[in-house]
Design a binder for this molecule. Structure first.
Ligand code: ATP
Ligand code: LTN
Length: 334
């Protein structure tokens, strides 16, 4: 296929903690699956991460570890532009412009803002509030067709569309209006300890990290909450048995089996067999990713070459869009 005819995919993850199973099944795995079909841009959203206070050395380490994990998960840097958000200043520049086209009322409705401001009530800063305008800039700079994310980012993607449409209505067709791309299976992995909230790095007990030791992963699955009744039967009933449904969702996402097939596989076996089997499937899926991450992290020069080349390619595209925007809004060209 002609390179220019390919549709564009773009997404990012904040290096605010270690990557986990939700990030992998909800987002990264879908990026990898479509590498050849699209022109791809994936980045470490370090500028978003400082909306919550970070320890500088940890942020630096996690950003590089995240890049190594992207590659270890199967994102080939030759076929995907992998970069660090703060290396491409156009994100901040377009972010400011889009702040002026994003409404206070819209920002006030964002559930991520409400969640994070209640979790970090001592630091409800302006960046946390205006974050969706920066996210819109991250996206619109690259004129993508699709933004592959987990379910929780749908609201931000919709706001991005609204901002793009608002801008285009004033200035003509400047931005492509992108679609969120949300996979059905794996779109919302729930906490193993509390199946009513999503798996998240801020709840380490219910969260399985990609680089976690196999014995710790197995222990977490053995302790996973199933249901409060004593039925002890693997049956897909998300309302009644959200914990079981979540484990079935994880198992389905890994094995490709349907819920009916999983029910048959575990008929008469109970949770005592089901939970460790799901845990083993996760461990086996992660084993090669863990080995590859360790190998890549040991090669700092290689990592550096990847993010440098990524920033260069990203900047080239991003600067074209920014120039067009500056011209449309009336800034004098330098
Ligand atoms: P936080 O703990 O700060 O809320 P997070 O763990 O949700 O962060 P993000 O950086 O916000 O991680 O998310 C990165 C990507 O992973 C996004 O596309 C998001 O939709 C997806 N994702 C995150 N958690 C899950 C989950 N539990 N299930 C499916 N997808 C998820
Ligand atoms: N908001 C996302 C991370 C993110 C992102 C993006 C995702 C920042 N910029 C652009 C897709 C496209 C999050 O918190 N998970």
């Amino acid at each position: 296929m002609n390179e220019n005819a390919k549709k564009v995919m773009l997404s990012g993850i904040q290096p605010s903690g270690d990557l986990h199973l939700g990030n992998y099944l909800g987002a990264i795995r879908n990026w990898v699956a479509r590498t050849d079909e699209f022109d791809n841009y994936y980045f470490m959203a370090d500028m978003h991460t400082i909306t919550v206070r970070q320890t500088p050395a940890d942020l630096r380490r996690r950003t590089l570890e995240q890049l190594a994990q992207y590659i270890a998960c199967g994102l080939d840097p030759e076929k995907n532009t992998l970069f660090i958000q703060s290396h491409v200043p156009e994100h901040a520049q377009l972010g400011w412009v889009l702040n002026c086209y994003t409404m206070f009322g819209e920002l006030s409705r964002m559930t991520q803002f409400k969640d994070k401001s209640s979790k970090h009530s001592e630091n409800i800063n302006g960046g946390l509030f205006t974050y969706p305008a920066l996210m819109a800039a991250d996206i619109l700079l690259y004129q993508p067709d699709y933004v592959p994310v987990g379910e929780d980012q749908k609201q931000h993607c919709e706001l991005t569309r609204d901002v793009a449409i608002r801008f285009n209505n004033i200035y003509g067709d400047v931005f492509k209006v992108p679609e969120p791309f949300i996979q059905k299976v794996g779109a919302r992995i729930m906490s193993l300890g509390n199946p009513s909230s999503k798996m998240s790095k801020s709840d380490p007990a219910g969260c399985v990290f990609l680089l976690e030791k196999p014995e710790d992963i197995l222990r977490k699955f053995k302790k996973a909450v199933t249901d409060s009744d004593t039925e002890n039967c693997v049956r897909y009933a998300p309302e009644e048995k959200p914990g079981v449904a979540n484990l079935m969702g994880i198992y389905a996402a890994i094995t490709g089996k349907s819920y009916a097939e999983i029910e048959t596989e575990f008929a008469g076996k109970g949770y005592g067999v089901f939970k460790p089997t799901v845990g083993e499937a996760v461990v086996e899926m992660l084993r090669p990713i863990q080995e590859e991450t360790r190998r890549i992290l040991a090669d700092k020069a290689y990592l550096e070459s990847v993010y440098r080349a990524g920033a260069e390619k990203a900047s080239y595209i991003a600067s074209k869009t920014l120039r067009k925007v500056y011209k449309k809004i009336g800034f004098v060209a330098r």
